[in-house]
Design a protein around this ligand. Structure first.
Ligand code: ZN
Length: 136
């Protein structure tokens, strides 16, 4: 794991939260993107070397909708940048972590992503991400 790449925050309304985080961070989001496969609309803010990802659900029963229902708005996941997502997944699996995506999928912001179940990480959903340019 190289560094925290971004922190994902589940929000009810992306537009309202974009305005809020723009005020908080002093910058506008540098991109907005819908990920159809995940049923989310996302926006990304730069903050020094890190990023904040806001996630709004576009479906009534997607992962973000379920999260909001159970826990309300708040931190949804922490994403770590890796060089070799397949090797990292294999390592974590061997260490006993519960891997949610054995095969990385195309996530937002031009990344291959895979998730580690919060049950195996003290309640925090962990995302691994690797730049798409480096094909796994
Ligand atoms: Zn993320």
């Amino acid at each position: 794991m190289k560094k925290i790449e971004h922190i994902g925050i589940a929000v009810k309304n992306l537009k309202v939260s974009n305005d809020l985080y723009e005020k908080l961070l002093g910058v506008a989001p540098y991109k907005e993107e819908e990920v159809l496969s995940e049923g989310v609309k996302t926006s990304f803010f730069k903050n020094g070397p890190n990023k904040i990802e806001l996630l709004e659900s576009t479906t009534a029963d997607g992962p973000i909708a379920k999260f909001l229902e159970k826990k309300g708005e708040g931190i949804h996941h922490i994403a770590f940048e890796v060089d070799d997502i397949l090797a990292e997944l294999a390592r974590l699996k061997q260490e006993g972590f519960i891997i949610l995506n054995e095969t990385p999928k195309k996530g937002a912001d031009n990344k291959w992503v895979a998730f580690v179940h919060p049950k195996s990480t003290n309640g925090v959903l962990i995302e691994l991400c690797q730049e798409v340019a480096i094909v796994p």
